[in-house]
Each structure stands twice: as C-alpha cells, then as structure tokens.
Ligand binder design. Structure first.
Ligand SMILES: [Ca+2]
Ligand SMILES: [Ca+2]
Ligand SMILES: [Ca+2]
Ligand SMILES: [Ca+2]
Length: 630
C-alpha cells in the first residue's frame, strides 16, 4: 500500500501539473511490465519499452520533465479489475535525488531517487532515451493487487506528450494476487492513449445482434445506426450493419446455367454482386449489427443527456454480459441525425477484393474459372491472401511481436489425402459466384458459392481485427468424404502443433510423427511466427457422422499434395473419412452439414491455457439484451 504521506504528496503534486487539453498520443510497444508485492509487503514496479517510435520530450522544451514548464513525469496505471487505477508523479528538478539531463548524440533524461518510496517520488528511477528506451521503476504501485488485474495499461505523460502501452491477452504472462507480468505489448494494442479498458477480457471477440434484438430501431437506414459507449462521457464506437435476406442462389449466379437450382438460403446481400441488395433496404429483423466487445463501456449513471448528433428518443441500451466471468458492459445504439458515420472513423480490418479480370459483375467467369485474384486482408494483427475464390495461400501473424512470415501454403479442401479429383483448385476452376464482398469498419465479409458438382456449396469468411470465422455450408450430392485443413509452409518450421488431446504437441519441421486422429475441440500452432488458435465444429443432421483429425508433417509426403507446394508441413484439420449422404437441397430428403472454424491470431508461443480460454470464448459467446434508453 502507498504510504499515506506519499499519497498526499502525490495528490498535491497532481494539482500542480496541468495536462494540456490537446496531448499528442503515442501507443508504444513495450518489452515488459512487472508489478509485484512480496510477502514482506514491499512493492516493485518495473516498466520497460524499447520502442524506437516513443515520443521524446525535447531538451529545454515545455515538455522537458527536468526543466520544462511545468516539467515532471506523470505515470498512470489502468487496471481492468481496479477501475480507479493508480498514478504517481516524478517531479521536475535536476540533482540527486532528481534528474540528470544528457544533451548528446542520443539525448537522455535519467531520474534517480534511492529513498523511494520515500523522498521525491514513489519512483526509484526513470530513463527516457531518445528513440531507444523508456523505463520506470518504482517502489510502490498504488494498486490494491488483491486479485488478477485482467489487463493493465500504462500511460507516461511528459507535458503534452503521452506514451502508452497495454498488456492484454497473450502478452500477460502472470496475473494473480500480488503479481502481474506482461511481456511484448504491441503498439497496435491501442489506437490512442485515452486508455479505455473494456469490461471484457476478450480482445478478439465481436458482439453480433440482429435487427430482431433491437425492434426499436427497425426501419431506420443502416447508415443511420451509430453506437456509443459511456466512459465518464459519450464516446462514439464503430458499429456495422450487414444486411441479410432469404437469397435466391439463381440471383447469386445471375441466372447462368442452372447452378442456383431454384434454391433460396438465408445469406448476406450485396449490391456489388448479382445477389443484389436486401429487398428491405432498412434495418430489418434478420440484418446483423456488429461491434466489438472491447468497445463496450459503463452503464450511464442517473440522468445523462443524449450524445450530440443523434435523433432524440432513439436510444437503445445494449447490455452485454460474459457468462464466463460475470463481467458486464454496455453499448448504446442510436439513430443519427446526419452528421455521424457508423464506423466512427475506425477501420479494424481491411479487405481488398482484387479480381484480376476487373469489375466483378462485368468480368467474373461464372460458368468456369479460374478467376484469379490478388485479394488481401490485413489488420494490425494478421494478414491473409486469396489467389482465387477458394484459394487462401497466405497467412501472416503480427500479434505481440510475431515475425509476420507467411506460414500458410494452402487452406486445402480434398475428398481424401492424395485424391486430387477435387480440391480448392478444382472448386475455383469450376462454376462459381460471390454472394458478398464487403470491407466494413468493424468486420469484412467474403461469401461465395460453387464447388464443382456442388454449385450451391457456400463458404463465408468473417474477418475481424484479430479473429476470423469461416462457415462452410455443404450442399452437394453424396460424396466419399471431405477434408478441410491448413497446410503450412516451410516458413512454419519450428512451430509446435497442439490440440486438447495432445497438449505436449509435436514440432512442425517436415519430420513425421503420429498424432491421435480423434477430432479435437481446439488446435493451436505456435512459435516465434505467432500463434493460431482454431476451434472447429461440424453441425449436421446426419447420425453417425464422426469427424476425425488429419495430421501430416512431412517434407517428403507419402501422398501427392494435389495443390500448393510439394511439402506437407503440419497439415492439420478436419477429415470426414466416411461417405457423406446427399446435402444438396435440390434433392428431396437432403441432410445438412455445416462446418465452422474460428481462428484467433495470437502472439508467439502462447500457452495451452490461452488456447483453452479461447475455446471457452467460442463455446460461450457474450450474451446480449437490449432495452429502450433512457
Ligand atoms: Ca434483411
Ligand atoms: Ca435490410
Ligand atoms: Ca514433425
Ligand atoms: Ca504444402
């Protein structure tokens, strides 16, 4: 605990430091944050960043912590579980204790206070070295540390400059009462230094409602839906409406051939494809509303006025709760008056559909591919690439200091190993069409149909900032089996493959080993290249359908590879190794098979417990209720 005397000193000092209204923010990467209270009661805090982009207060400027006006460094900690956080001041003044300023090739400020937590400051030392280093050590933290912190953000203010970092998700290495260790925080974990920490420990997960959940807003234009969180005031957050309807696959195929089969399915609508726009262009019951769990905030206290720019009386309070830890957060939806835009200036994941032949509607070869693409998906956490409708041939992970190399050879689809009659290449070479291509502020969507003699077979990719959901709807005559797996590239060598039935894992290195073929609940590939945690599921009406795991790690594979390179590095995923009866709705008595694969793009070398946590997230989505506000 803080010495009460110090608490008074800090509070008094805070009154003298005036933070300029318009600060310059710089989220930075950080090597580590260690906060500890020993059994003796002694506390330590050590923060280290080596981000070359850190903001450096010019010597002699107003921001100069030693001699500036007003000088000083304000260190603030933001904890998810201790919402009051903590702060302490490192006062200005040259000396020992005090600051030493080095005006040299590399400018530096160095603060020392050997008496900490007594003396000038709770801080024991601080170093700000231009383009190199920002460290703070302290002999007290000001946090209660009575339990896990969840996430911790740190903001270090010098005059008008604010450097900040956030330790969350996979960067948290230890988090229990009295001890928090974070390593390799990414600069991309924050967009500014306002340090909003959402109530939810789910940095990757979305909240998806339908119009039906917010009957109060049905009938408005999708472009008029805006969202806010309350965080001591209104903060607009990105929201997105993705319209859906019962879609005619004949329309999707532009009535070419008979590929649509006269079938209708619930699907996304898109005026840029032959699917066309939603017949109801307003927000209707089956349209989806998406925002991110990290953008939720507090419940509004007492009587609060509406945010500027919204239609009076249009407010809806959306209460989001996490069944896993009882956390609760709120987002407020409104109809806007015309000056706002739903994306709130954010764009979490970029989807650039690039069809090499040109405009989709005028050049796509629906009857028979190939239809080569140079399509890219990118966020600050990952990137992916598609070379044709079914051909994803790149995956890069940037989270938490991952190397970003392309670890994917192919996302493959086959009937069986070495059976090249059908593959993602032949699917793309046959008939096909896009249902939707959308690049939205919250998420992007790629939805398509056409897999050879399964022209109505459909796959949707939903790309979020650090997660991808893939949904596959099998609609085909009886087939001898199906494989849906990731075949990694030689650049994935050294990563480890694990699943819930093989926690120790095996090394992806082109050297074979045997892995149990029971279908796992989750899979993880992890290494310096980053980590993928994948949760797959098959929903089917077929009794006795038993998915299995396919795994092959071989630089000299015993089966022909059909597509991609000649190697099978850590090839792993779903294998339905049995005859699948008819799933095509154009034939009576059809069965259904729907596969989902949720992928988290994570930091290097995350742990089994991280993977288990992500599995629980997918198994237990955030719960949502909505009511009129106020
Ligand atoms: Ca609709
Ligand atoms: Ca609609
Ligand atoms: Ca191996
Ligand atoms: Ca390969």
């Amino acid at each position: 605990m803080l010495n009460p005397l110090i608490r008074i000193t800090v509070a008094g000092a805070l009154a003298f430091i005036s933070i300029p209204a318009k600060a310059t923010d710089r989220p930075i990467s950080a090597a580590s944050l260690v906060i500890r209270r020993l059994a003796s009661g002694r506390e330590t805090l050590k923060f280290t960043s080596r981000d070359p982009n850190l903001l450096f207060p010019a010597i002699g400027s107003a921001d100069d912590p030693a001699n500036g006006n007003p000088g000083a460094v304000l260190v603030e900690l933001f904890s998810q579980s201790e919402s009051s956080g903590a702060s302490f001041l490192i006062p200005p003044g040259v000396g020992n204790p005090g600051w030493k300023v080095t005006d040299a090739k590399t400018d530096q400020y160095r603060f020392l206070n050997r008496q900490a937590p007594l003396g000038l400051s709770p801080a024991k030392s601080a170093t700000i070295r231009q383009g190199k280093l920002l460290t703070v050590t302290a002999a007290t933290t000001g946090l209660g540390l009575d339990g896990p912190q969840g996430r911790i953000g740190i903001r270090i203010t010098t005059g008008a400059l604010r450097n900040c970092a956030l330790f969350d998700g996979a960067t948290i290495k230890k988090d229990r009462a009295g001890w928090f260790v974070g390593r390799h925080a990414a600069a991309s974990a924050l967009t500014d230094c306002s340090m909003h920490l959402s109530p939810f420990a789910r940095p990757a997960d979305p909240v998806v409602l339908t119009g039906n959940d917010v009957a109060q807003l049905i009938g408005i234009s999708p472009n008029d839906l805006v969202a806010f969180r309350y965080d001591a005031g209104w903060v607009q957050v990105p929201v997105q409406v993705d319209e859906r309807a019962i879609v005619s696959l004949d329309n999707v195929y532009n009535h070419v051939g008979a590929y649509g089969g006269g079938i209708t399915v619930p699907a996304y609508t898109d005026a840029t494809t032959f699917t066309g726009g939603d017949p109801d262009p307003t927000l209707d019951a089956d349209d989806e509303i998406a925002f991110m769990a990290v953008d939720t905030g507090d419940q509004t206290p007492g009587v609060v006025g509406e945010p500027a720019g919204v239609i009076h009386g249009s407010g809806v309070e959306v209460r989001i709760s996490d069944p896993l830890d009882a956390a609760v957060g709120y987002v407020y939806l409104f109809r806007q008056a015309g000056s706002l835009e739903p994306g709130a200036g954010q764009h979490y994941v970029d989807y650039q559909f690039d069809l090499l032949s040109g405009d989709y509607r005028s050049t796509y070869k629906i009857n028979a591919g190939p239809n080569p693409e140079d399509t890219s998906i990118s966020s600050s956490f990952y990137a992916a690439h598609f070379a044709d409708r079914w051909i994803q041939d790149e995956a890069h992970i940037f989270t938490g200091g991952a190397t970003g190399v392309d670890i994917l050879d192919r996302h493959k689809n086959l009937f069986a190993p070495g059976n090249c009659v059908r593959s993602e290449d032949t699917f793309s070479g046959g008939e096909g069409a896009f249902v939707m291509n959308k690049n939205g502020p919250v998420r992007s969507i790629r939805s398509y149909v056409g897999a050879n003699s399964g022209p109505r077979t459909q796959r949707d990719h939903i790309f979020y900032q650090r997660r991808q959901d893939i949904r596959t709807f099998l609609r085909v005559h009886s087939i001898p089996g199906m494989m849906d797996f990731f075949d990694y590239s030689p650049a994935a060598a050294g990563m480890r493959y694990r699943n819930n039935l093989n926690l120790a894992g095996v090394t992806i290195d082109g050297v074979p080993e045997s892995v149990a073929t029971v279908a796992p609940a989750w899979e993880m590939v992890s290494g310096p290249q980053g980590s993928l945690v994948m949760v797959g599921a098959v929903n089917t009406t077929i009794t006795g359908l038993v998915p299995t795991l396919y795994y092959l790690d071989s630089a000299t594979p015993p089966v022909t590879q059909c597509t991609g390179d000649a190697f099978a590095y850590g090839s792993s995923g779903l294998w339905i190794n049995q005859t699948i009866p008819n799933t095509d709705p154009i034939y009576a008595g059809f069965q259904t098979v729907q596969g989902t694969r949720i992928i988290y793009y994570d930091a290097p070398d995350i742990t089994v417990s991280d993977a288990e946590q992500r599995y629980r997230w997918t198994a237990t989505p955030l719960a949502v209720t909505a009511s009129n506000w106020p």
